[in-house]
Design a protein around this ligand. Sequence first.
Ligand SMILES: [Zn+2]
Length: 483
Amino acid sequence: MSEEKEVVSEALKAEEKLRSKWYVLSLEGDLKPLEEFDFTGHEKLKKFADYEVKKSRIVDQEPPHVSLMRSLELVDYEPASDPGNMRYYPKGRLIKALLEEYVTGMVLDYGGMDVETPIMYDMAHPTLAKYLNRFPARQYTIESDDDKYFLRFAACFGQFLMSHDATISYRNLPMRIYELTRYSFRREQRGELAGLRRLRAFTMPDVHALCRDLAQAKREFRRRFKLSRDVLRGIGFSSDDYELGIRVTEDFYRRNRRFIRSLVRMHGKPALVEMWRERFFYFILKWEFNFVDALDKASALSTDQIDVENGERYGITYMDEDGQLKNPLILHCSPSGAIERDIYALLEKAYMEMKEGKPPMLPLWLAPTQVRLIPVSEGHVEAAERVARRLSRSRIRADVDDRDETVPKKIRDAEKEWIPYIIVLGEREVGAEKIPVRARADGEIRKMSIRELVAEIRRQVRGKPYRPLPLPMRVQRRPKFVG
Ligand SMILES: [Zn+2]
Protein backbone atom coordinates (compact mmCIF):
# COMPACT_ATOMS: atom_id res chain seq x y z
CA MET A 1 0.00 0.00 0.00
CA SER A 2 1.31 3.43 -0.81
CA GLU A 3 -0.07 6.85 -0.30
CA GLU A 4 -0.44 9.14 -3.29
CA LYS A 5 -0.43 12.88 -3.50
CA GLU A 6 -3.71 14.39 -2.52
CA VAL A 7 -6.74 14.46 -4.77
CA VAL A 8 -8.38 17.87 -4.75
CA SER A 9 -12.07 17.67 -5.53
CA GLU A 10 -13.95 20.12 -7.73
CA ALA A 11 -15.99 21.14 -4.69
CA LEU A 12 -12.83 22.07 -2.83
CA LYS A 13 -11.62 24.19 -5.72
CA ALA A 14 -15.06 25.79 -5.90
CA GLU A 15 -14.98 26.51 -2.18
CA GLU A 16 -11.78 28.47 -2.60
CA LYS A 17 -13.44 30.69 -5.20
CA LEU A 18 -16.79 30.81 -3.45
CA ARG A 19 -18.06 34.29 -2.71
CA SER A 20 -20.39 34.60 0.21
CA LYS A 21 -22.43 37.34 1.75
CA TRP A 22 -22.33 37.48 5.52
CA TYR A 23 -25.12 38.49 7.88
CA VAL A 24 -26.24 38.18 11.46
CA LEU A 25 -29.76 36.92 12.04
CA SER A 26 -31.19 38.18 15.33
CA LEU A 27 -33.68 36.45 17.61
CA GLU A 28 -36.34 38.86 16.34
CA GLY A 29 -35.64 37.74 12.78
CA ASP A 30 -33.72 40.79 11.52
CA LEU A 31 -31.10 39.91 8.95
CA LYS A 32 -28.33 42.48 9.16
CA PRO A 33 -25.13 42.72 7.12
CA LEU A 34 -22.16 41.94 9.36
CA GLU A 35 -20.82 45.47 9.43
CA GLU A 36 -24.18 46.84 10.62
CA PHE A 37 -24.67 44.46 13.52
CA ASP A 38 -23.87 45.69 17.02
CA PHE A 39 -21.81 42.89 18.60
CA THR A 40 -21.93 44.34 22.13
CA GLY A 41 -22.68 41.39 24.42
CA HIS A 42 -21.97 38.97 21.57
CA GLU A 43 -18.18 38.95 21.67
CA LYS A 44 -17.81 35.27 20.86
CA LEU A 45 -20.10 35.60 17.87
CA LYS A 46 -17.86 38.45 16.71
CA LYS A 47 -14.78 36.24 17.02
CA PHE A 48 -16.54 33.47 15.13
CA ALA A 49 -17.59 35.90 12.37
CA ASP A 50 -14.08 37.33 12.07
CA TYR A 51 -12.62 33.86 11.83
CA GLU A 52 -15.14 32.74 9.20
CA VAL A 53 -14.84 35.76 6.97
CA LYS A 54 -11.04 35.53 6.94
CA LYS A 55 -11.19 31.80 6.13
CA SER A 56 -7.63 31.40 7.32
CA ARG A 57 -7.07 27.87 8.52
CA ILE A 58 -3.35 28.17 9.09
CA VAL A 59 -2.22 27.46 12.64
CA ASP A 60 0.44 29.95 13.72
CA GLN A 61 0.48 29.19 17.44
CA GLU A 62 0.13 25.99 19.43
CA PRO A 63 -3.36 25.83 20.94
CA PRO A 64 -3.31 25.39 24.76
CA HIS A 65 -5.05 22.00 24.70
CA VAL A 66 -1.97 20.42 23.11
CA SER A 67 0.18 20.71 26.22
CA LEU A 68 -2.81 19.71 28.38
CA MET A 69 -3.56 16.55 26.39
CA ARG A 70 0.04 15.50 26.99
CA SER A 71 0.48 16.58 30.61
CA LEU A 72 -2.80 14.84 31.55
CA GLU A 73 -1.53 11.74 29.69
CA LEU A 74 -4.58 11.58 27.45
CA VAL A 75 -3.45 11.83 23.85
CA ASP A 76 -0.21 12.36 21.99
CA TYR A 77 1.26 12.70 18.56
CA GLU A 78 2.42 9.47 16.93
CA PRO A 79 5.64 10.20 15.04
CA ALA A 80 5.50 6.83 13.24
CA SER A 81 2.19 7.68 11.56
CA ASP A 82 1.09 10.42 9.22
CA PRO A 83 0.62 13.74 11.05
CA GLY A 84 -2.88 14.13 12.49
CA ASN A 85 -3.14 10.43 13.42
CA MET A 86 -2.92 10.25 17.20
CA ARG A 87 -2.19 7.75 19.98
CA TYR A 88 -4.49 7.51 22.97
CA TYR A 89 -3.15 6.58 26.40
CA PRO A 90 -5.46 4.71 28.82
CA LYS A 91 -7.00 7.87 30.32
CA GLY A 92 -7.54 9.44 26.90
CA ARG A 93 -9.02 6.22 25.58
CA LEU A 94 -11.41 6.12 28.55
CA ILE A 95 -12.65 9.66 27.87
CA LYS A 96 -12.99 8.98 24.17
CA ALA A 97 -14.81 5.68 24.72
CA LEU A 98 -17.26 7.28 27.16
CA LEU A 99 -18.02 10.06 24.69
CA GLU A 100 -18.49 7.53 21.89
CA GLU A 101 -20.90 5.50 24.02
CA TYR A 102 -22.80 8.56 25.16
CA VAL A 103 -23.34 10.04 21.69
CA THR A 104 -24.27 6.63 20.27
CA GLY A 105 -26.80 6.09 23.07
CA MET A 106 -28.40 9.47 22.37
CA VAL A 107 -28.65 8.73 18.63
CA LEU A 108 -30.18 5.29 19.26
CA ASP A 109 -32.77 6.93 21.55
CA TYR A 110 -33.58 9.33 18.73
CA GLY A 111 -34.24 6.37 16.45
CA GLY A 112 -30.95 5.89 14.60
CA MET A 113 -30.33 2.39 13.20
CA ASP A 114 -26.72 1.50 13.97
CA VAL A 115 -24.80 0.04 11.00
CA GLU A 116 -21.19 -0.58 10.00
CA THR A 117 -19.65 0.07 6.58
CA PRO A 118 -16.17 -0.29 4.99
CA ILE A 119 -13.51 2.34 5.51
CA MET A 120 -12.18 2.21 1.92
CA TYR A 121 -13.88 2.47 -1.44
CA ASP A 122 -13.06 1.98 -5.10
CA MET A 123 -11.99 5.25 -6.76
CA ALA A 124 -13.39 3.99 -10.07
CA HIS A 125 -16.89 3.29 -8.78
CA PRO A 126 -19.02 5.55 -11.01
CA THR A 127 -21.26 7.02 -8.30
CA LEU A 128 -18.43 7.58 -5.87
CA ALA A 129 -16.22 9.28 -8.45
CA LYS A 130 -18.97 11.83 -9.00
CA TYR A 131 -19.55 12.24 -5.27
CA LEU A 132 -15.85 12.82 -4.60
CA ASN A 133 -16.08 15.86 -6.81
CA ARG A 134 -19.00 17.31 -4.88
CA PHE A 135 -17.52 17.03 -1.42
CA PRO A 136 -15.15 19.67 -0.08
CA ALA A 137 -12.50 17.38 1.40
CA ARG A 138 -9.11 15.93 0.58
CA GLN A 139 -8.69 12.17 0.49
CA TYR A 140 -6.10 9.60 1.33
CA THR A 141 -5.70 7.23 -1.60
CA ILE A 142 -4.41 3.69 -1.42
CA GLU A 143 -3.13 1.34 -4.08
CA SER A 144 -3.67 -2.38 -3.81
CA ASP A 145 -2.35 -4.36 -6.80
CA ASP A 146 -3.72 -2.41 -9.77
CA ASP A 147 -6.71 -0.96 -7.96
CA LYS A 148 -7.00 2.41 -6.40
CA TYR A 149 -9.04 3.11 -3.30
CA PHE A 150 -9.74 6.08 -1.11
CA LEU A 151 -10.29 6.12 2.62
CA ARG A 152 -13.75 7.36 3.55
CA PHE A 153 -13.96 10.94 4.73
CA ALA A 154 -17.46 10.41 6.14
CA ALA A 155 -20.02 7.64 6.58
CA CYS A 156 -22.10 8.90 3.66
CA PHE A 157 -20.96 6.43 0.99
CA GLY A 158 -21.51 3.30 3.00
CA GLN A 159 -24.94 4.38 4.19
CA PHE A 160 -26.02 5.58 0.74
CA LEU A 161 -24.89 2.40 -1.00
CA MET A 162 -26.78 0.42 1.64
CA SER A 163 -29.88 2.58 1.13
CA HIS A 164 -29.60 2.18 -2.63
CA ASP A 165 -29.95 -1.59 -2.24
CA ALA A 166 -32.75 -1.39 0.32
CA THR A 167 -36.47 -1.57 -0.43
CA ILE A 168 -37.95 1.53 1.14
CA SER A 169 -41.57 2.60 1.47
CA TYR A 170 -42.80 6.08 2.35
CA ARG A 171 -43.95 4.46 5.59
CA ASN A 172 -40.29 3.89 6.53
CA LEU A 173 -39.49 7.59 6.30
CA PRO A 174 -37.83 9.43 7.90
CA MET A 175 -35.30 6.59 7.80
CA ARG A 176 -32.44 7.21 10.21
CA ILE A 177 -29.13 5.42 9.70
CA TYR A 178 -26.20 5.82 12.04
CA GLU A 179 -22.57 4.90 12.18
CA LEU A 180 -19.83 6.01 14.49
CA THR A 181 -16.89 5.99 12.10
CA ARG A 182 -13.60 5.00 13.59
CA TYR A 183 -12.10 6.41 11.55
CA SER A 184 -12.99 8.91 8.90
CA PHE A 185 -9.97 10.31 7.07
CA ARG A 186 -9.28 13.69 5.54
CA ARG A 187 -5.91 14.79 4.29
CA GLU A 188 -6.10 18.24 5.78
CA GLN A 189 -3.20 20.47 4.83
CA ARG A 190 -0.23 20.06 7.10
CA GLY A 191 -0.16 23.67 8.26
CA GLU A 192 -3.81 23.35 9.37
CA LEU A 193 -3.29 20.38 11.67
CA ALA A 194 -3.42 21.29 15.35
CA GLY A 195 -3.56 18.80 18.20
CA LEU A 196 -7.09 17.40 18.47
CA ARG A 197 -8.71 20.29 16.68
CA ARG A 198 -8.02 19.33 13.10
CA LEU A 199 -6.87 15.79 12.36
CA ARG A 200 -6.36 13.47 9.44
CA ALA A 201 -8.03 10.52 11.17
CA PHE A 202 -11.05 11.17 13.36
CA THR A 203 -14.03 9.49 14.98
CA MET A 204 -17.30 10.82 13.62
CA PRO A 205 -20.82 10.00 14.75
CA ASP A 206 -22.73 10.37 11.50
CA VAL A 207 -26.51 10.01 11.30
CA HIS A 208 -28.36 10.42 8.02
CA ALA A 209 -32.11 10.71 7.64
CA LEU A 210 -33.89 9.94 4.37
CA CYS A 211 -36.95 12.17 4.14
CA ARG A 212 -40.01 12.08 1.93
CA ASP A 213 -40.25 15.77 1.10
CA LEU A 214 -39.19 19.19 2.30
CA ALA A 215 -41.93 19.42 4.93
CA GLN A 216 -40.77 16.17 6.52
CA ALA A 217 -37.10 17.17 6.15
CA LYS A 218 -37.76 20.43 8.00
CA ARG A 219 -39.55 18.68 10.86
CA GLU A 220 -36.72 16.18 11.15
CA PHE A 221 -34.13 18.93 10.91
CA ARG A 222 -35.62 20.70 13.94
CA ARG A 223 -35.67 17.46 15.87
CA ARG A 224 -32.00 16.88 15.18
CA PHE A 225 -31.18 20.47 16.07
CA LYS A 226 -32.59 19.75 19.53
CA LEU A 227 -30.81 16.40 19.67
CA SER A 228 -27.48 18.11 18.92
CA ARG A 229 -28.07 20.71 21.61
CA ASP A 230 -28.94 18.00 24.14
CA VAL A 231 -25.86 15.99 23.19
CA LEU A 232 -23.55 18.99 23.66
CA ARG A 233 -25.20 19.82 26.99
CA GLY A 234 -24.71 16.23 28.13
CA ILE A 235 -21.06 16.32 27.16
CA GLY A 236 -20.56 19.44 29.26
CA PHE A 237 -21.11 22.47 27.01
CA SER A 238 -23.65 25.20 27.61
CA SER A 239 -25.00 27.41 24.84
CA ASP A 240 -22.48 30.06 25.99
CA ASP A 241 -19.76 27.76 24.69
CA TYR A 242 -20.76 27.70 21.03
CA GLU A 243 -22.10 29.90 18.25
CA LEU A 244 -24.58 29.01 15.54
CA GLY A 245 -23.49 29.32 11.90
CA ILE A 246 -26.07 28.91 9.14
CA ARG A 247 -25.12 28.47 5.46
CA VAL A 248 -27.87 28.77 2.94
CA THR A 249 -28.63 29.63 -0.67
CA GLU A 250 -30.44 32.94 -1.22
CA ASP A 251 -33.31 31.16 -2.83
CA PHE A 252 -33.87 28.72 0.02
CA TYR A 253 -33.60 31.50 2.58
CA ARG A 254 -36.23 33.62 0.80
CA ARG A 255 -38.69 30.77 0.72
CA ASN A 256 -38.02 29.47 4.25
CA ARG A 257 -37.43 32.52 6.41
CA ARG A 258 -39.73 31.42 9.20
CA PHE A 259 -38.13 28.01 9.39
CA ILE A 260 -34.61 29.44 9.60
CA ARG A 261 -35.72 31.93 12.23
CA SER A 262 -37.13 29.06 14.27
CA LEU A 263 -33.64 27.50 14.40
CA VAL A 264 -32.18 30.77 15.71
CA ARG A 265 -34.91 30.97 18.32
CA MET A 266 -34.21 27.43 19.49
CA HIS A 267 -30.55 28.44 19.80
CA GLY A 268 -31.52 31.50 21.87
CA LYS A 269 -28.79 33.79 20.50
CA PRO A 270 -28.14 35.61 17.19
CA ALA A 271 -26.52 33.49 14.47
CA LEU A 272 -23.98 34.10 11.75
CA VAL A 273 -25.46 33.55 8.28
CA GLU A 274 -23.43 32.84 5.16
CA MET A 275 -25.48 33.24 2.02
CA TRP A 276 -24.67 31.97 -1.45
CA ARG A 277 -26.26 33.24 -4.62
CA GLU A 278 -26.02 29.79 -6.19
CA ARG A 279 -25.71 26.29 -4.87
CA PHE A 280 -22.11 25.05 -5.09
CA PHE A 281 -22.47 21.98 -2.92
CA TYR A 282 -25.05 19.25 -2.67
CA PHE A 283 -26.96 20.98 0.13
CA ILE A 284 -29.29 23.95 0.27
CA LEU A 285 -29.04 24.51 4.00
CA LYS A 286 -26.47 23.67 6.60
CA TRP A 287 -25.84 24.73 10.18
CA GLU A 288 -23.11 24.12 12.73
CA PHE A 289 -22.47 24.83 16.38
CA ASN A 290 -19.02 26.38 16.47
CA PHE A 291 -16.69 26.36 19.43
CA VAL A 292 -14.43 29.42 19.75
CA ASP A 293 -11.16 28.49 21.44
CA ALA A 294 -8.52 30.25 23.53
CA LEU A 295 -6.78 31.49 20.36
CA ASP A 296 -10.07 32.81 18.91
CA LYS A 297 -10.24 30.03 16.32
CA ALA A 298 -13.64 28.55 15.55
CA SER A 299 -14.34 24.86 14.93
CA ALA A 300 -17.59 23.14 14.13
CA LEU A 301 -18.95 20.65 16.65
CA SER A 302 -22.52 19.57 15.77
CA THR A 303 -23.81 20.02 12.22
CA ASP A 304 -26.71 19.09 9.93
CA GLN A 305 -27.47 19.61 6.22
CA ILE A 306 -30.35 19.25 3.79
CA ASP A 307 -28.97 17.40 0.78
CA VAL A 308 -30.95 17.67 -2.46
CA GLU A 309 -28.58 15.80 -4.79
CA ASN A 310 -27.43 12.49 -3.44
CA GLY A 311 -30.78 10.71 -3.32
CA GLU A 312 -30.74 10.87 -7.09
CA ARG A 313 -26.97 10.44 -7.57
CA TYR A 314 -26.92 7.23 -5.56
CA GLY A 315 -30.17 5.99 -7.06
CA ILE A 316 -31.82 5.82 -3.63
CA THR A 317 -35.57 5.47 -4.04
CA TYR A 318 -38.65 4.94 -1.95
CA MET A 319 -42.11 3.85 -3.03
CA ASP A 320 -44.49 6.73 -2.41
CA GLU A 321 -48.18 6.48 -1.52
CA ASP A 322 -49.08 7.07 -5.19
CA GLY A 323 -47.09 4.01 -6.31
CA GLN A 324 -44.25 6.10 -7.81
CA LEU A 325 -40.57 5.57 -7.04
CA LYS A 326 -39.06 8.82 -5.77
CA ASN A 327 -35.72 10.06 -4.49
CA PRO A 328 -35.64 11.12 -0.85
CA LEU A 329 -34.02 14.25 0.54
CA ILE A 330 -31.11 13.33 2.80
CA LEU A 331 -30.09 15.00 6.04
CA HIS A 332 -26.46 14.62 7.16
CA CYS A 333 -25.98 15.20 10.87
CA SER A 334 -23.26 14.77 13.40
CA PRO A 335 -24.85 15.60 16.76
CA SER A 336 -21.51 16.09 18.53
CA GLY A 337 -19.00 16.58 15.73
CA ALA A 338 -15.80 14.52 15.81
CA ILE A 339 -15.23 12.97 19.23
CA GLU A 340 -11.62 14.19 19.18
CA ARG A 341 -12.88 17.70 18.67
CA ASP A 342 -15.16 17.40 21.70
CA ILE A 343 -12.09 16.52 23.76
CA TYR A 344 -10.24 19.48 22.25
CA ALA A 345 -13.13 21.80 23.14
CA LEU A 346 -13.38 20.45 26.71
CA LEU A 347 -9.66 21.04 27.24
CA GLU A 348 -9.72 24.51 25.70
CA LYS A 349 -12.76 25.39 27.82
CA ALA A 350 -10.94 24.21 30.95
CA TYR A 351 -7.92 26.28 29.95
CA MET A 352 -10.05 29.41 29.48
CA GLU A 353 -11.66 28.83 32.89
CA MET A 354 -8.22 28.50 34.43
CA LYS A 355 -7.34 31.90 32.93
CA GLU A 356 -10.38 33.28 34.73
CA GLY A 357 -9.06 31.92 38.01
CA LYS A 358 -11.23 28.81 38.24
CA PRO A 359 -9.74 25.34 38.71
CA PRO A 360 -9.58 23.57 35.33
CA MET A 361 -11.74 20.44 35.26
CA LEU A 362 -13.28 17.87 33.00
CA PRO A 363 -16.96 17.01 33.51
CA LEU A 364 -17.18 14.56 36.41
CA TRP A 365 -18.49 11.67 34.27
CA LEU A 366 -15.37 11.94 32.09
CA ALA A 367 -12.77 12.33 34.84
CA PRO A 368 -10.42 9.30 34.57
CA THR A 369 -10.09 9.27 38.38
CA GLN A 370 -13.12 10.66 40.17
CA VAL A 371 -11.90 10.12 43.74
CA ARG A 372 -8.25 9.93 44.85
CA LEU A 373 -7.48 8.39 48.22
CA ILE A 374 -4.27 9.53 49.85
CA PRO A 375 -3.08 7.36 52.75
CA VAL A 376 -1.05 9.31 55.30
CA SER A 377 1.40 6.44 55.72
CA GLU A 378 2.01 2.92 54.46
CA GLY A 379 -0.09 1.58 57.29
CA HIS A 380 -3.18 3.25 55.84
CA VAL A 381 -2.84 1.94 52.28
CA GLU A 382 -5.04 -1.09 52.83
CA ALA A 383 -7.78 0.94 54.48
CA ALA A 384 -7.63 3.38 51.55
CA GLU A 385 -7.90 0.50 49.13
CA ARG A 386 -10.97 -0.79 50.93
CA VAL A 387 -12.65 2.58 50.48
CA ALA A 388 -11.62 2.70 46.81
CA ARG A 389 -13.10 -0.76 46.23
CA ARG A 390 -16.30 0.25 47.97
CA LEU A 391 -16.54 3.26 45.62
CA SER A 392 -15.78 1.08 42.57
CA ARG A 393 -18.68 -1.18 43.49
CA SER A 394 -20.87 1.93 43.23
CA ARG A 395 -19.47 2.56 39.73
CA ILE A 396 -17.17 5.37 40.78
CA ARG A 397 -13.56 5.50 39.57
CA ALA A 398 -11.40 5.70 42.70
CA ASP A 399 -7.68 5.07 43.14
CA VAL A 400 -5.04 5.08 45.86
CA ASP A 401 -1.82 7.07 45.83
CA ASP A 402 0.42 4.53 47.59
CA ARG A 403 3.69 6.15 46.52
CA ASP A 404 6.35 6.95 49.06
CA GLU A 405 5.77 10.70 48.94
CA THR A 406 4.64 13.33 51.42
CA VAL A 407 0.92 14.06 51.76
CA PRO A 408 1.25 17.66 50.43
CA LYS A 409 3.12 16.36 47.36
CA LYS A 410 0.42 13.75 46.74
CA ILE A 411 -2.30 16.40 47.04
CA ARG A 412 -0.45 18.63 44.57
CA ASP A 413 -0.12 15.75 42.12
CA ALA A 414 -3.82 14.90 42.41
CA GLU A 415 -4.61 18.55 41.69
CA LYS A 416 -2.34 18.49 38.64
CA GLU A 417 -4.43 15.58 37.39
CA TRP A 418 -7.62 17.64 37.91
CA ILE A 419 -9.07 14.93 40.18
CA PRO A 420 -12.50 16.13 41.35
CA TYR A 421 -12.46 14.61 44.88
CA ILE A 422 -9.52 14.00 47.19
CA ILE A 423 -9.63 12.17 50.51
CA VAL A 424 -6.63 12.07 52.88
CA LEU A 425 -6.86 8.96 55.04
CA GLY A 426 -4.98 8.82 58.34
CA GLU A 427 -5.44 7.40 61.84
CA ARG A 428 -8.37 9.71 62.61
CA GLU A 429 -10.25 8.96 59.37
CA VAL A 430 -9.92 5.16 59.28
CA GLY A 431 -13.18 3.75 60.56
CA ALA A 432 -14.73 7.20 61.16
CA GLU A 433 -18.32 7.72 60.06
CA LYS A 434 -17.61 11.05 58.36
CA ILE A 435 -14.34 11.98 56.70
CA PRO A 436 -13.07 15.22 55.13
CA VAL A 437 -13.50 15.28 51.33
CA ARG A 438 -11.85 17.99 49.21
CA ALA A 439 -14.05 18.98 46.27
CA ARG A 440 -12.16 20.60 43.42
CA ALA A 441 -15.21 22.35 41.94
CA ASP A 442 -15.71 24.70 44.90
CA GLY A 443 -12.37 24.24 46.69
CA GLU A 444 -14.11 23.26 49.93
CA ILE A 445 -13.37 20.48 52.37
CA ARG A 446 -16.58 18.91 53.62
CA LYS A 447 -17.05 16.18 56.20
CA MET A 448 -19.21 13.49 54.71
CA SER A 449 -19.81 9.75 54.87
CA ILE A 450 -18.82 7.51 51.98
CA ARG A 451 -22.50 6.91 51.37
CA GLU A 452 -23.10 10.66 51.03
CA LEU A 453 -20.13 11.00 48.68
CA VAL A 454 -21.46 8.15 46.53
CA ALA A 455 -24.88 9.81 46.37
CA GLU A 456 -23.36 13.18 45.43
CA ILE A 457 -21.29 11.70 42.59
CA ARG A 458 -24.05 9.41 41.31
CA ARG A 459 -26.41 12.38 41.13
CA GLN A 460 -23.98 14.32 38.95
CA VAL A 461 -23.24 11.49 36.51
CA ARG A 462 -26.81 10.23 36.18
CA GLY A 463 -27.70 9.05 32.68
CA LYS A 464 -24.09 8.93 31.53
CA PRO A 465 -22.18 5.80 30.53
CA TYR A 466 -19.65 4.35 32.95
CA ARG A 467 -16.34 2.58 32.54
CA PRO A 468 -14.07 1.38 35.33
CA LEU A 469 -10.70 2.89 36.17
CA PRO A 470 -8.46 2.70 33.08
CA LEU A 471 -5.27 2.05 35.10
CA PRO A 472 -4.25 -0.03 38.14
CA MET A 473 -5.90 1.17 41.34
CA ARG A 474 -2.56 1.73 43.06
CA VAL A 475 -0.75 4.70 41.56
CA GLN A 476 2.64 3.10 42.18
CA ARG A 477 1.80 0.31 39.74
CA ARG A 478 1.21 2.65 36.83
CA PRO A 479 3.69 3.28 34.04
CA LYS A 480 4.43 6.86 33.08
CA PHE A 481 3.39 7.35 29.46
CA VAL A 482 4.54 10.92 28.94
CA GLY A 483 8.04 11.78 30.13
ZN1 LIG B 1 -23.23 12.46 5.16
